[in-house]
Each structure stands twice: as C-alpha cells, then as structure tokens.
Write a protein of this length. Structure first.
Length: 295
C-alpha cells in the first residue's frame, strides 16, 4: 500500500511541476500576443501618412491606368507566413489549405512562392506548388523589420522580370477573444477601385501638396512604404495568432492537468485512508489478542 501511495505522490508532484510550466508558457504567450498587437497599432500613423502620400501621387497622375500596367497575363506569386514553433496545433496546415484553395481558384498558374518558416516550406512543396524560397520566422518584434526588408527585395526582383506580376499575401490573423483565422489579400497590382477611393481621400488641411519631380517615381516609393506596412502587419498578426494558438493549447493542457491532479489526489486520499484503516485494524486486532478477556 505504501508503495502505491508513494508512486501517486511522485505523480502528483510531477503534475504540479508541469502545471507550473504550463502557467509560465500561458503568461509568455499572452504577453507576446499583446506585444505583437501593439506593434501593429503603432503603425497606424505611419500607414495614414503613406495613404495620404499615395493619394497626392494618384491625384497628379494622368487619367487611366498607373504606369507599367498592361492587360497581358501576369506572373503570380504568393507570400505565406507560417510557424516553426511547437504547440500550435494545425496552425500551418489550416493556412496552407486556405492558400492552396485560393490560389487554385485563380486563373493561370502560380509561378513563385515565398514562405516564412521551414514547416510551411514543406507543406507548400507537398501541395504541388513551385519550390518556395524560405525565410526564417522572426522570434521577436525587432526581427520583423529585417524580414520585411528581405521580402520587399524579393518582390522588387520579381517585378523587374514582370512589372505586372500579381503578388498575394496569406497569413493567420487573431480573432477577438481567442483563436485565429486564415486570411489572404492581393498586394499587387493595386485594385482599381481602391486607387480611385484613395485618390479621393480628403486632405487634412486646406492646402493640397504637390509632388516635386517625377510623380511616377514618387508613387513607386510610396507603394514600397505601403507594402512594408501590409507585410509587417501580416507578420505581426501571424506571430500573434501563433501565440493565441499556443495559449489555447496551454489552456487545454492546464485543464487536463487539473483533472489529472484531481483524480490522483482523490486516489491518493482513498489509498491513504485505506492504509490508515488497515493499520487501525491491526492495532485493534493486536490489542484484542493481548487483552485478558481474550485468554
């Protein structure tokens, strides 16, 4: 009996230690979610400035399509943000299924794929898409900007071969409360209705500025800034979603550990009580055997 209670005691100690680790991981995941969400919010003013600059450039362009755009079929490329960390469930698989379905529904064929994360690279290859160029997943907010810079360089190199190329972006974004969902958008070329709406964007002051020099060159530079914001947001939201998935996994693990610990505690107390009862019976039996009445 004592051996069974000692074994249960060791299991209870291990469960309590594991529960402490899970609580620490929950706190870390929750803290990371907040940091990544704040990093997205911090770009709001910059994004607004870029929008206003694009509005001025589009106002000054001649009527018609932006320079360099044609009606001929374009090369299609995709950026897919994944995760290389564990305890995230089907984080990568859900996004890959969504991206593959979306790309398959578009006319033509996808010729170029950029992935963020080795696990996503493997899934892209298994899905029959072109062999991707892989980028490492940043582990801190400070690592997002260098990653976005590398992706922008890759996009610029791709567009040199085909200025009319289509660029799609796929990532997971966190939901309010908990969880995440896969989302996708077309980065380039700019949507015509979006450009018209942007050109009509109200200017915050009475004096509308003018572009000095080449308007098309200024537009291209501001489009780079616009792409920077969108890709940075996608990366930060992907990392927040990853931690949201991990937080949900830790919450389930915490509940499972609590249930296990409750069962172990009840079993321990039952065995302990049985051991005490047995000892009491032995004491009583011994007393009765030695008492004068027993003779």
């Amino acid at each position: 009996m004592s051996g069974a209670t000692e074994a249960l005691s060791r299991q209870m100690t291990a469960a309590k230690d594991l529960s402490a680790v899970v609580r620490s991981m929950k706190a870390l995941a929750a803290s990371s979610i907040t940091q990544y969400e704040r990093s997205v919010d911090a770009l709001t003013d910059y994004y607004r400035t870029v929008e206003l600059a694009l509005s001025v450039c589009l106002r000054q362009l001649p009527s018609g399509a932006p320079p360099g755009r044609s009606a001929r079929p374009a090369v299609r490329a995709a950026i897919i943000f994944g995760s290389d960390q564990g305890l995230v469930g089907r984080f990568n698989e859900v996004l890959m299924e969504y991206a593959a379905h979306t790309l398959a529904s578009l006319p033509g064929k996808t010729q170029r794929v950029w992935t963020v994360g080795e696990r996503m690279r493997v899934l892209v290859t298994d899905a029959g898409l072109p062999q991707p160029v892989d980028f490492p997943v940043p582990i801190t907010i400070a690592g997002i900007t260098p990653l976005v810079g590398l992706i922008l360089i890759a996009i610029e190199a791709e567009l040199k071969h085909d200025p009319n190329g289509e660029i799609y972006l796929f990532h997971n974004e966190p939901l309010k409360g908990s969880g995440y969902q896969p989302v996708g958008k077309r980065l380039l070329p700019m949507d015509g209705s979006w450009e018209r709406d942007l050109a009509r964007l109200p200017w915050p002051s009475k004096s509308l500025p003018e572009v000095i020099g080449n308007t098309a060159a200024a537009l291209a530079a501001f489009i780079q800034g616009y792409l920077f914001v969108l890709i940075f947001q996608a990366c930060a939201q992907s990392l927040a979603s990853e931690n949201a998935s991990r937080l949900a996994a830790m919450q389930r693990a915490e509940q499972n550990i609590a249930d296990l610990l409750g069962n172990l505690t009840r079993t321990y107390h039952r065995l302990r009580q049985e051991s005490i009862d047995e000892e009491l019976r032995e004491v009583i039996s011994g007393y009765e055997a030695l008492s004068p009445e027993a003779e």
